[in-house]
Design a protein around this ligand. Structure first.
Ligand code: WTA
Length: 656
């Protein structure tokens, strides 16, 4: 595949280049060269420039226990010191750190001094409850200043946080609390989204019922809506009560660079979600560096990353990166379609947002909305404050890219299409706005110092223009350190022996023959990407078969979807005769609700098809590639001669 891209390149304007931190392709290439010439020296220089160390490091990279790499090992630091105190010390105390916009449009701003005081108070409250360095604290919160402060407070005392997205079910929350061995959950009574109040505390109660999580001692509840909630005396505490009387000063806990800052659970191709463990020093370095170079963050910017703090994007580009640089950023509680689909544009206008970072799925759904309702078209808003746009989470199709560029960016704002993963901690392949000429649909070139490459199954480089497996050849500072409690799974998942010690990203990719630009072609494992959310097909299958009264067997595949990127399609064999018509619809609804309860609404299959059986080889293996064709509605042209029961394909293709 060739992008035949050279004529569609979008070059940065001379003004953008002149003002950028990385100013022009020559500057980009010089950084790449510096990293090639002295890899450790390059990262050490940046770690000294961007991070404040309590005890400076003398060692850079330790590969002696590869693939368990260590960075800046003998240095000590504190992330919350770097994000808060340091900015106050630099004279930014009165600068707005966070602009919080609630679901109903109410705006609250906090300065760096205020955020530091709140964080310190909460850190003191956590210590008073006995939380100490290395303890795990689960944060199950809506988007809020309190959510960011809770993460920063954990970092301040060296507790390892694990944020669980507020859309996950009680069962998913319980799995994560148990796996992490958490001692505390910080939550809210309810969350306000799209004009509705949705439960959080009630889900926590369900997750902890029957003494399912024996390590858990305290639940701290932020009163967000004041809705009625259950209360367990001796376990539950109001946030405002534990804060009352706590001093607003708290000496940071200086931790080693490798100390685990957080765990974040994400889906893999097999088994339960895995707790991706991140470090302190290397992670903070890349969070700050990528915010500086990819988003070209400057003192006057208003930065808005629309991700939730429950995902890695919210960690790196809300809680850590922009604060480490003393930026001003938006924290948004609501949804893009409430009160109408013009909400994003209206907020950009109102807050004079200059850098806007969102997901292709949001762009695609807002294109649809704008096309059917002129009033919510971005052209109707004053978006002249924008100077840079970003995209993350899934491939952005060129048509959505062009629309975003023209109607949101007014044709003048570069778009940084940032490829990265929960495991990578920060951007891996991305344009730099003042340097890289853009091609719609391509994430372009590796971030300076990041050694992404495309190889075959044996780890040999494939030539440009030929697709293959995306790997990272050298360890990098913000990489995943291990899977919490399962180092063997870490090795097997990311460092399979046939790949010569390269990190396996799990995505396919291709480099353009002319430009060398990368295009991500999608996951090569059984991980789905639905609206930018990662889900394992196995997880959804186990949720379906856990409905034991109904389901005998289930197989889940993805199929392309115009809005959500991929849609979940489940093929189900029931324990009773195959239903049709209204009965099939009713059972499908029941199964969707069951999956929502087991995992969360985001995992609900869009299509559910029923069959007397699944297509299997004579040895009993489910043939997923055939199911993928059936899901797409394609006629199956593949060889089905090894299939035990070819007639089943037609049955599974039928709608009801
Ligand atoms: C996909 C989100 C194409 C990819 C930060 C990756 C992308 C997975 C892009 C990680 C992009 C992310 N272009 N695909 N710009 N960004 N992906 O862990 O499949 O939630 O492996 O991290 O999203 O998803 P995760």
């Amino acid at each position: 595949m060739s992008n035949s891209s050279l004529e569609t390149l979008y070059h940065p304007s001379a003004a953008t280049t002149a003002a950028a931190h990385v100013s022009g392709m020559a500057a980009y290439e010089a950084l790449v060269k510096e990293a090639e010439t002295d890899y450790e020296g390059y990262w050490a220089r940046l770690a000294r420039e961007l991070v404040s160390w309590k005890k400076p490091f003398t060692q850079v990279l330790n590969s002696s226990e590869a693939p368990f790499f260590k960075w800046f090992e003998d240095g000590t630091l504190n992330v919350s010191y770097n994000c808060l105190d340091r900015n106050v010390e630099r004279g930014l105390g009165d600068k707005t750190a966070l602009i919080f916009e609630a679901d109903d449009g109410t705006v609250t701003k906090v300065s760096y001094s205020e955020l530091l005081a709140r964080t310190a108070q909460l850190a003191n409250a956590l210590k008073a409850r006995g939380v100490k360095k290395g303890d795990r604290v689960v944060i199950y919160m809506s988007m809020s200043i309190e959510g960011v402060a809770a993460m920063q407070a954990c970092a301040r005392i060296g507790a390892t946080h694990s944020v669980v997205f507020g859309g996950f079910s009680a069962q998913s929350l319980r799995d994560r609390v148990q796996d992490a061995g958490a001692v505390m959950i910080i939550t809210a009574d309810e969350q306000a989204r799209g004009g509705k109040h949705l439960p959080l505390k009630a889900i926590v109660d369900e997750a902890l019922a029957d003494n399912a999580c024996p390590t858990l001692k305290d639940v701290i509840v932020y009163k967000r809506t004041g809705g009625a909630i259950g209360w367990v005396e001796g376990r539950d505490l109001w946030l405002h009560e534990v804060l009352a009387g706590q001093p607003t000063v708290c000496e940071p806990e200086w931790v080693e660079a490798e100390h685990p800052l957080f765990l974040l659970y994400t889906s893999g191709s097999t088994g339960k979600p895995k707790g991706v463990q991140h470090s302190t020093g290397g992670y903070l370095l890349h969070a700050a560096l990528t915010t500086k170079w990819t988003f070209d963050l400057k003192p006057d910017d208003v930065f808005w990353c629309t991700a939730d703090i429950g995902w890695v994007t919210g960690h790196t580009y809300i809680t850590y990166g922009p604060l480490a640089l003393g930026g001003t950023e938006i924290v948004f509680e609501g949804v893009p379609t409430y009160p109408d689909a013009g909400r994003f544009w209206q907020m950009i206008e109102k807050h004079k947002v200059s850098i806007f970072y969102t997901a292709p799925t949001a762009i695609r759904s807002l294109i649809k909305a704008a096309e059917s309702n002129e009033a919510v078209h971005p052209d109707r808003y004053d978006l002249s404050s924008l100077r840079l746009l970003g995209s993350v989470g899934e491939p952005i199709n060129p048509a959505a890219w062009e629309w975003y560029h023209k109607h949101v960016g007014g044709g003048r704002c570069p778009i940084v299409d940032t490829f990265w993963q929960t495991e990578t901690g920060g951007h891996m392949i991305t344009p730099l706005p003042g340097a890289t000429p853009l091609v719609p649909g391509s994430c372009t070139l590796p971030f300076p110092g990041i050694t992404t490459a495309i190889v075959d199954e044996t780890g040999n480089d494939v030539p440009n223009g030929q697709g293959g497996i995306l790997v990272v050849k050298k360890p990098w500072p913000s990489m995943i350190r291990t899977i919490w409690g399962d180092p063997e799974r870490f090795k097997k998942s990311y460092y399979p022996s046939e790949l010569k010690g390269y990190y396996l990203a799990g995505d396919g990719a291709i480099r353009d023959a002319e430009t060398g630009y990368f295009t991500i072609t999608g996951r090569i494992d059984d991980v789905l990407n639905v609206s930018g959310h990662r889900m394992g097909t196995m997880e959804i299958e186990s949720a379906l078969v856990s409905c034991t009264e109904l389901v005998a067997e289930a197989a889940v595949v993805g199929r392309p979807d115009d809005t959500t990127g991929e849609a979940i399609c489940a093929f189900v064999v029931l324990k009773r005769p195959r239903p049709s018509g209204d009965e099939a619809k009713a059972i499908a609804k029941q199964l969707r609700d069951h999956v929502a309860k087991e995992i969360g609404p985001i995992a609900k299959p869009k299509d559910i098809r029923f069959g007397d059986n699944l297509p299997k080889t004579r040895s009993g293996k489910i043939m997923r590639r055939l199911l993928r064709s059936v899901a797409k509605g394609e006629s199956v042209t593949q060889d089905t001669s090894t299939l035990e029961n070819p007639a089943i394909l037609e049955q599974l293709g039928q709608a009801y």
